[in-house]
Design a protein around this ligand. Structure first.
Ligand SMILES: Cc1ncc(COP(=O)(O)O)c(C=O)c1O
Length: 391
C-alpha cells in the first residue's frame, strides 16, 4: 500500500466512535457542522500493521491477563535505535498507562511536597497539573520569542532558579508542545549540563519525538553525555500512530533506585500497564510502520506549509510560530487586540474548535493552537472559516 497524498487525503471518518475530538465537540457545543482542530489526535487511519495486530488479538476470542515487559521494551529500544539513533537498555523501561501518568509519577519520585518544579512556558496544560496535583510548586521560566517568532530557552533564567534552590526538578517538553520547537543537540546538552551541575533531576516528555520535520532530527535526552543521575524520559506510540485511546506509554530511566521508587508508587496506587490490545498495537507500531510514518510526515509538512501561506495571504495580523515539530501550530492573534474568551468564542461561532492558548498557561493569552493532523481539505475548510474572524 502506498502511504501517499491520496492515502492521507482520504482520512477516516471518526464520527460516532465516541471520540473526544468529534463526538465530544458535538456533545459540548451541540453543533454538528463544526470542524474539530483541537485535541492532539489525527483524522487519519492508524497504519494497517496496527489494525492487523489488533484484529489478531480480537480473533483470539478471549482476552485474559497478558504477559508484558521485556519483549515490549526490546521492541521499543529497537525502534528508538532505528528512528532516533539512541541506545536504550530494555531493562530501563517501565510500561505505563498514559504519558501524563508518567509525568505525575516522575514528579512524585524526584521531589517532595512543597518543592519547586521548573517548566519552560507556555507548555502543555498537564505539566502544570502534574505539579499542582502533587502539592509541588510551579517554577515557570518563560520561553523567549525571537524576531522570527521562534521560541528559545532562557538558560540564564533557568540556571538562576536552580542556583537559588527554587527548582528541585526540571520538566521539559521535547519537542515542545505548543511552541513547535525541536530542541537542538546544543540546547538539550545545555539543559543536561545545568541539571548535572546543580544535581537536579531532569524529566523529559518526548511523546512528539517522531514528528521532527526534515532537515531537523529529534535529539533524545538519552542520547546525550553527562546526564544527571536522575534523568527520566517518556515516550509512546500514541501520538505518532493515532492510538492514544489504547493508553500505553513508557517511562525510561537508567537510575535503578528511581525505577524502584516509581514501581513502588505504581504498585501502591494499583497503576499498571499491560492491556493486551495496547501491547499488540504498540509492538506493531514500533516494528511495521516506518513507511506509513514517513508518508505521514511528508503530508504534515505540506499541511504546515499550506498554513504558513494561507495565513500570510489571508490573515496578515496573525503570526504563525515556525513549526519544527509536532502537528500542532501555535498562532499569535494578539495583534487583533481581542479579549481571549471573545477570540475563542468567535472562532467557535465561525464553526471551528481550536485549543484556547490559556490551556498552556498565562503566556498563551492571545494565542490559539491549531491541529493540522487532518486531510488537507478539512484544514482548508477550517481556515476558510477562521479567516472570517481573524482575517
Ligand atoms: C506533550 C504531551 N505530553 C503528553 C500528552 C498526553 O499523553 P497521554 O495521553 O499518553 O497522557 C500530550 C497529548 O497531547 C502531549 O502533547
Amino acid at each position: 500500500m502506498a502511504f501517499d497524498k491520496a492515502y492521507f487525503d482520504a482520512g477516516v471518518s471518526r464520527v460516532g466512535t465516541d471520540c473526544a475530538k468529534w463526538d465530544g465537540m458535538f456533545a459540548e457545543h451541540g453543533d454538528r457542522d463544526m470542524i474539530p482542530m483541537w485535541v492532539a489526535d489525527m483524522d487519519f487511519p492508524s497504519p494497517p500493521a496496527v489494525y492487523e495486530a489488533l484484529e489478531s488479538v480480537l480473533s483470539r476470542r478471549t482476552w485474559g491477563y497478558t504477559l508484558s515487559g521485556r519483549p515490549d521494551a526490546e521492541v521499543l529500544a529497537a525502534y528508538w535505535q532505528r528512528r532516533h539513533d539512541v541506545t536504550i537498555d530494555p531493562a530501563h523501561v517501565i510500561i505505563s498507562p498514559c504519558v501524563v501518568t508518567g509525568m505525575k509519577l516522575a514528579v512524585r519520585a524526584t521531589t517532595k511536597p512543597g518543592d519547586g518544579v521548573l517548566i519552560t512556558t507556555p507548555v502543555y496544560g498537564p505539566f502544570y497539573a502534574s505539579i499542582k496535583d502533587n502539592d509541588r510548586k510551579t517554577v515557570e521560566v518563560p520561553l523567549v520569542v525571537d524576531e522570527n517568532g521562534r521560541y528559545n530557552m532562557d538558560f540564564a533564567a533557568m540556571e538562576a532558579k536552580m542556583a537559588d534552590g527554587s527548582a528541585k526538578a526540571v520538566m521539559l517538553c521535547s519537542p515542545h508542545n505548543p511552541c513547535g520547537r525541536a530542541w537542538t543537540r546544543e540546547e538539550m546538552q545545555k539543559v543536561v549540563d545545568l541539571c548535572r551541575a546543580y544535581d537536579i533531576p531532569l524529566i523529559v516528555d518526548e511523546i512528539h519525538a517522531d514528528f521532527v520535520f526534515a532537515p531537523g532530527r529529534h535529539v533524545s535526552v538519552l542520547a546525550l553525555e553527562n546526564l544527571p543521575e536522575k534523568t527520566i524520559m517518556f515516550c509512546a506510540a500514541s501520538k505518532t500512530y493515532n492510538v492514544a485511546g489504547l493508553e500505553q506509554s513508557a517511562i525510561i530511566t537508567a537510575d535503578d533506585a528511581l525505577r524502584t521508587a516509581i514501581q513502588k508508587d505504581m504498585n501502591a496506587a494499583g497503576v499498571k500497564g499491560g492491556n493486551c490490545f495496547a501491547l499488540a498495537a504498540t509492538r506493531a507500531a514500533y516494528t511495521g510502520c516506518d513507511a506509513w510514518l514517513d508518508g505521514l510526515k511528508a503530508y504534515l509538512m505540506d499541511n504546515r506549509d499550506f498554513v504558513y501561506e494561507y495565513v500570510k495571504a489571508n490573515m496578515p495580523k496573525i503570526k504563525v510560530t515556525p513549526l519544527d515539530a509536532t502537528y500542532l501550530m501555535w498562532l499569535d492573534c494578539s495583534a487583533l487586540g481581542m479579549e481571549q474568551q471573545a477570540l475563542v468564542d468567535a472562532i467557535l461561532k465561525a464553526g471551528v474548535k481550536v485549543n484556547d492558548g490559556l490551556f498552556f498557561g498565562e503566556l498563551g493569552r492571545g494565542f490559539i493552537r491549531l491541529n493540522i493532523g487532518c486531510p488537507k481539505a478539512q484544514l482548508e475548510a477550517a481556515l476558510e472559516r477562521i479567516k472570517t474572524v481573524l482575517g
